[in-house]
Every structure is written in structure tokens, then in C-alpha cells.
Design a protein around this ligand. Structure first.
Ligand SMILES: C[S@@+](CC[C@H](N)C(=O)[O-])C[C@H]1O[C@@H](n2cnc3c(N)ncnc32)[C@H](O)[C@@H]1O
Ligand code: SF4
Length: 349
């Protein structure tokens, strides 16, 4: 299950739909809400809990208190989170590594390198009418709408990986740390550099993610063919660097079978999203589609409700119309109106 511990963020990435489309409340989950949620998992503990909503988990006022409490109540549950890496100071890294955290995804779309190839579009900072913000893709000019990556973040990651890998080398338990990269148009060189960087620092894997532009229809994503080429290039580099690479949008045999050849969304397979107020939704991208609140109903009751079951077919749920975030196939989004996007993603039906 995914737990929206906070929607507050220390960044404002242009690609992120959190405020423009999802219009999330910028608040932290309270301790009482966590306790109510955990009570509902008493009989059937979750296999894994990912402490990440539409914000930066390390911004939560009591992130490590939440981790400790979850582990105290459910020692067998695998705990993970996704971070933009900006707050990974030495103190925070120490706090992470002394806890039983099993998985960390670090999101990165660019690296601070100096010589941008001439054919690439200009940095947003240098465009007319745009405020100069040196944090936003100023260096490589490609993933300017993704996460900004100043040199400080690279240093944080070097430290995190070196401490984590030293711990693993001593035979102690250590989290699996993945580099998570959203794919942008014209990003072959950046993608290759990021995979090399992942291998060099000793990340355990690289995970490629399809750009979702429904929150920002003015952004363009790679074409399907460009995406295939980027994944193939990344695979080549990963193989050379000896680092595993995956993408939920590149279905191999097992995912093809599990997804009924792209008929069934893998996100709906034994997953729930729980927001800051304890509302349950079938997907992080449908957080406004509330199927019940754990303060009022049991998880079983919500899970077995007709509204929830409708997401399992036989036909795709109308709320999923136009979404290909976890699919192999590619949806042409140009024929979907903005109103349709808003009703399918942001609002409860
Ligand atoms: C919403 S963030 C929350 C965690 C943390 N703040 C971070 O950025 O890693 C979770 C993931 O969503 C991804 N994401 C944000 N906007 C996206 C978009 N438009 N398309 C695809 N993935 C996106 C981020 O790259 C990140 O890996
Ligand atoms: S992608 Fe993550 S870091 Fe960027 S604005 Fe969204 S929640 Fe914040």
C-alpha cells in the first residue's frame, strides 16, 4: 500500500501534477490518522508500505517516527519511500540507514554537466518571459521540466550510496536504492549519463518512468518509438555498467501475461493508495477517486465494495480513460480534452 504521508514539497518541478491538476492539500498526515490506518491493517498486514504521496516524504514533520511506529506494529512489512534527494544530508542518511527501511527510489532526470549539445532546446531559464531559475535544467537543457539537480544533490547521493554499500559489504541489512528517471524527449545523452551515474555510484537498479503530461498538456513526451529507443539505449548502458534496469512500460513475458496483454493495469493488482486523511483510492493518479475512509470503514469493506470491484473489469474503468502510466501501449493524448483529463484524474466521479 502507498501511504500519502505528506503533500508538502521543497521543490516545484514543472512536470509534477500535484498542484495544477491533482490540487492536493499541502499538509502532513497526523499521527492519529496513521494509527487509525494501521489498526485497519491489524488482521492482514500489508506486504509493503511506500511512504510517499504527492510531495517530498522527508518534509514530513515526523517521518522517522512514522517509520518506527509502522515497523513496531508490522515488523514483517517492507517499508520504502521515494525522494527527490535534496534533503539527504549526512544526518538524514544516518537516520535512514539505522532503520529497517527496505527500499528507496531517488528521482533524477538530469545531472549537472557543463557542455550541453548545441541541438538541444534552450534552458527554460533563458527563454523570454521566464524567470531565471538556475535550479531548473540550467545545465543540460533537456529535462528542464523534471527534477532540478544541483551539485549538492550529487554529493548527497554519493554519500548515501557509499554508506549504504559499506553497510551491505559488512553483511548488515541495507535498503535497495533505485535511481528513478522520467523519460523526456531528446534525452538520449542524458539518459545514458544517468545510467552510467547509477552504475558508478553503486545504485542497486535503475527504473525508467513514462512522462505523464495530463497535468501539463503544454509539455511533450517522447513518441512511442523514441521511448522504445531510449529504453533500448538505457538497457545497453546498464548491461555494460552491470546494473539492473527496469521499466513498467516495457512489458516482458511475465508482465504481458499478468496484464492480460495490456488489458489490465498492473497498478490495480493488489494495491491501495491512502491519502493524508485516510481516504482509500485505487491508484496514486486517482487520489480524488475516494472509495471509502478508514476512519469509517474496514479495509475489507472498501476493497470488496462494488465501487472498488468496478476497477477490476470486465472493462476498463472510465476513470482510467486515457491513462497509460503503467501500460506498455501508448495512448495518443491529443484527442482527450482537458475537461476529460480533470474528471478522470483529479475529481471523484
Ligand atoms: C510525485 S513524486 C513524490 C516523491 C518525491 N517528491 C520525488 O519527486 O521523488 C513521485 C514520483 O513521481 C514522479 N513524477 C512526477 N511528475 C511526473 C510526471 N508528470 N510523469 C511521470 N512521473 C512523474 C517523480 O519523478 C517521482 O519519481
Ligand atoms: S515530482 Fe516530487 S519533488 Fe518534484 S514537485 Fe512533485 S512531489 Fe515535489
Amino acid at each position: 500500500m502507498q501511504l500519502e504521508v505528506t503533500n508538502r514539497c521543497n521543490l516545484d518541478c514543472d512536470m509534477c501534477p500535484r498542484l495544477v491538476l491533482l490540487k492536493v492539500p499541502e499538509v502532513d498526515m497526523q499521527r492519529e490518522t496513521l494509527e487509525t490506518i494501521l489498526d485497519r491493517f491489524e488482521e492482514t498486514p500489508a506486504h509493503s508500505m511506500t511512504l510517499t504521496g504527492w510531495g517530498e516524504p522527508l518534509m514530513h514533520h515526523d517521518f522517522f517516527g512514522f517509520v518506527d511506529r509502522i515497523h513496531e506494529r508490522f515488523p514483517e512489512t517492507d517499508i520504502g519511500f521515494t525522494t527527490n534527494g535534496h534533503l539527504l544530508t549526512k544526518r538524514i542518511v544516518r537516520q535512514i540507514l539505522e532503520r529497517p527501511i527496505g527500499r528507496i527510489n531517488v528521482s533524477l532526470e538530469e545531472l549537472p554537466w557543463d557542455e550541453a549539445p548545441a541541438h538541444l532546446p534552450p534552458a527554460r531559464a533563458s527563454e523570454e518571459g521566464h524567470e531565471v531559475n538556475l535550479m531548473k535544467g540550467d545545465k543540460n537543457h533537456v529535462a528542464r521540466d523534471g527534477h532540478p539537480t544541483p551539485p549538492k544533490v550529487v554529493e548527497h547521493l554519493r554519500h548515501l550510496l557509499s554508506e549504504r554499500n559499506a553497510k551491505a559489504a559488512r553483511g548488515e541489512s541495507a535498503p535497495e536504492i533505485r535511481l528513478q528517471v522520467v523519460l523526456f524527449p531528446n534525452s538520449a545523452e542524458t539518459t545514458a549519463r544517468l545510467v552510467d551515474f547509477g552504475a558508478e555510484l553503486g545504485f542497486q537498479a535503475v527504473n525508467l518512468v513514462r512522462l505523464d503530461v495530463r497535468g501539463r498538456p503544454d509539455l511533450t513526451r517522447p513518441t512511442y518509438q523514441e521511448e522504445r529507443d531510449l529504453i533500448a539505449l538505457a538497457r545497453e548502458r546498464a548491461e555494460a555498467g552491470g546494473i539492473p534496469l527496469g521499466s513498467v512500460n516495457d512489458h516482458g513475458h511475465i508482465l504481458r501475461v499478468a496484464s492480460h496483454d495490456d488489458e489490465f493495469c498492473m497498478r490495480l493488482d493488489s494495491y491501495v493508495y491512502i491519502d493524508v486523511e485516510g481516504n482509500v483510492a485505487p491508484c496514486c493518479l486517482l487520489r480524488g477517486h475516494r472509495l471509502g475512509n478508514l476512519a469509517e470503514e474496514s479495509l475489507d469493506g472498501i476493497w470488496n465494495s462494488a465501487d472498488f470491484k468496478r476497477f477490476y473489469g470486465p472493462d476498463p474503468h472510465p476513470a482510467c480513460d486515457g491513462c497509460d502510466a503503467f501500460m506498455h501501449r501508448y495512448t495518443d493524448q491529443s484527442d482527450l480534452t482537458e475537461r476529460k483529463h480533470a474528471s478522470s484524474i483529479g475529481e471523484p466521479s
